[in-house]
Design a binder for this molecule. Sequence first.
Ligand code: MTE
Length: 317
Amino acid sequence: MLIRHAPTIASSEITDPQVYAGRRDFMRNLAVSLGAASLGLAHGAESREGQGSQFGNLVSSPLSTRDDKLTPYKSMTTYGNFYEFGPDKDSPAKNAHRLRTRPWTVTIDGEVKTPKTFAIDDILKWAPLEERIYRMRCVEGWSAVVPWVGFPFSELLKRVELTGNARFVEFWSLADPEQMPYVRIPLLDWPYIEALRLDEARHPLTIFAVGMYGEVMPKQNGAPLRLIVPWKYGFKGAKSIVRIRFVEKQPQTAWMKAGPDEYGFYSNVNPDVPHRRWSQANERRLGEFLKRKTLPFNGYAEQVASLYAGMDLRKNF
Ligand code: MTE
């Protein structure tokens, strides 16, 4: 990954998690008192871009982690990777305001009987939106605990019919140089494409996220639709998705092309397999000082290890 500086954040930049909780309660109460419909958020976000708007009626998921302290909202929105907006950790927060998230469509094609294109506001109505609190581990050594808002990947499979050849699924991010200035520069082979094996995508932990901390997804975090696969390194979670393509053969992803011996197809969090340039044994939570041990499959081994039974995870890193 294009590391420029150590993944630390000054403690003065960190918002207390209580502030998030308080802010969320405040916003929820406001939504109730104004009436969710008048905010246009009765079920999902409305057709305006809606950044900063609160979702109503989130289902609290039993698949959420309850053991971890939430990462402050401010850390998650000011420190991240979205190379289409620049290579520094604060580039997405500075530049992603240029992204237009309405109108927005997502095309589903490849190994499907009938390719389809869906408007994001229809996608938002596919399923009740859930709050899923997940640990996220970036390949660079920082981690976070984020209350995502989203729905399972499997909801998509109710809307398209796969051919018998579909074995993998690709996620394509938008690559529009008008909105994303760094797409003009070959930092990566654009568009940003990530991919999963179909059974990984179908796993109940894999979600599409449309928001976080109860709010419509901030642009810098991948509005209006991104992928979250909590047992894999964060780069598997393609942001601002415009195309989902089912394929027969294991795809090349943007990071595999950039560094074939550094970024494997699976990219499962694995403290025993170092990155070529650094150890993966420990991580630092955004907003914390001391490092902690990284867990196999990012702590989700009980749920997902069986997907990889019999595989050599050193070779299939
Ligand atoms: N998706 C796109 N399109 N472009 C990117 O640069 N970066 C990835 C992933 N998805 C990236 C992306 C990486 S390296 C990480 S760690 C996560 O997004 C960061 O997500 P966050 O900024 O919401 O924490």
